[in-house]
Design a binder for this molecule. Structure first.
Ligand code: PLP
Length: 382
């Protein structure tokens, strides 16, 4: 029987412990495993290669993404590092023009040194993608909604272009999670997550994931996971399983709060621009509605002239100024100096990451308390 996602969140992966009946997967805090003879093991040899707690989590995340194989890593960037290691010198990637700053950094300052290049394109414009495809291009790497301008890319349409040209489509699904969007169903080849964000959901664990459907690709990625070694520890795997159980109820509240706050901001008279794919005024609104179950809970905005964003973030009382997103608590972040500081000033300006841009990760607090806090802080920033 196949279960719907609300049930999979609780019962996906390896359900409990067959030996004792414990309803939770035990934390197998071990680096190695007794072998019964030379070449005779019980399926486990060494915990970089495989660990039962991590394996339960990997199966769970694969099930949620409608994939076949899942891999868990010590961070989102460890997952990205492993995926980028599929490529070799001379290869090139097409990359969404607004992506997570750390993804840009590893492409620009690490993989470029190995002669793996990238080209930034506006992936919401299919013609730009088609025009940029050359024989050197091996993959298209997108985020939708993208970080931080929440730009929407038509995943199914890009997947068609990728398939037609024999390129891989890689989608970072951190902002929506499989609860709201399943890129593999839309034709993507590889899904990446920073599990640090909504999947974990409590701002207490750093983790990352890769999910695929294709067997050959999974074998290559599994080989790289073991060869590179950036695996998730047993205890952190347990925390992720624990966090994922409440993903559905958390996301429902995150999304409802964000929709209300985005509408309030747009009509408040305080903002110059608000970026939220759930507003009909957003250019990605229709595509987002077609490919995802909800627009997520990330909002970026620029205050009107006369309001000082530095004073605004200092005046917030309930909302915290901090890096990261996707936790139960609401966070604001100043993009240019925090998460996207790794992107050079000229590129930031070109793609619209202006110095005044603020990003809000809407938490699951009472929405009227959140709006009241935003309002008093904006008023105080004059
Ligand atoms: C945070 C983030 C990452 C990096 O993940 P870490 O867990 O911080 O290494 C990658 N992509 C997106 C969209 C992110 O928000």
């Amino acid at each position: 029987m196949s279960y719907r996602i609300e049930s999979l969140l609780i019962h996906g992966g390896i359900d409990g412990d067959g030996t004792t009946g414990a309803v939770n997967v035990p934390v197998y805090q071990t680096s190695t495993y007794k072998q019964d003879g030379i070449g005779e093991n019980r399926g486990w040899e060494y915990s970089r290669t495989g660990n039962p707690t991590r394996a339960a989590l990997e199966k769970l995340v694969a099930d949620l993404e409608h994939g076949t194989y899942g891999l868990a890593f010590a961070s989102g960037l460890a997952a990205i590092n492993t995926v980028l290691s599929l490529f070799k010198a001379g290869d090139k990637l097409l990359v969404s023009n607004n992506i997570y700053g750390g993804t840009f950094r590893i492409l620009d300052n690490v993989f470029k040194n190995f002669d793996i290049s990238y080209e930034i394109v506006d992936t919401s414009d299919l013609q730009q993608i088609e025009a940029a495809i050359t024989p050197e291009v091996k993959a298209i790497y997108i985020e939708s909604p993208a970080n931080p301008l929440l730009t929407i890319t038509d995943i199914a349409a890009v997947s068609e272009i990728a398939k037609k040209n024999d390129k891989l489509l890689i989608v970072d699904n951190t902002f929506l999670t499989p609860y709201l969007q399943r890129p593999l169903d839309l034709g993507a080849d590889i899904v990446i997550h920073s599990g640090t964000k909504y999947l974990g959901g409590h701002s207490d664990t750093i983790s990352g994931f890769v999910v695929v459907k294709d067997k050959a690709l999974s074998e290559r990625l599994y080989y790289l996971q073991n060869a590179i070694g950036g695996v998730l520890a047993p205890w952190d795997s347990f925390l992720m399983i624990r966090g994922i159980k409440t993903l559905g109820v958390r996301m429902d509240r995150h999304v409802a709060n964000a929709q209300k706050i985005a509408e309030w901001l747009e009509n408040s008279g305080y903002v110059e621009k608000v970026y939220f794919p759930g507003l009909p005024s957003n250019p990605g609104y229709e595509i987002q509605k077609k490919q995802a179950d909800a627009p997520g809970a990330m909002i970026s905005f620029v205050l009107k002239q006369g309001y000082d964003y530095r004073k605004f973030v200092k005046a917030l009382k309930l909302v915290t100024l901090a890096e990261s997103l996707g936790g139960v608590e609401s966070l604001v972040c100043h993009l240019a100096s925090m998460t996207h500081a790794a992107i050079p000033y000229e590129i930031r300006q070109k793609v619209g990451i202006v110095d005044e841009l603020i990003r809000l990760s809407v938490g699951i607090e009472n929405v009227d308390d959140l709006i009241a806090d935003l309002k008093q802080a904006i008023e105080a920033s004059k």
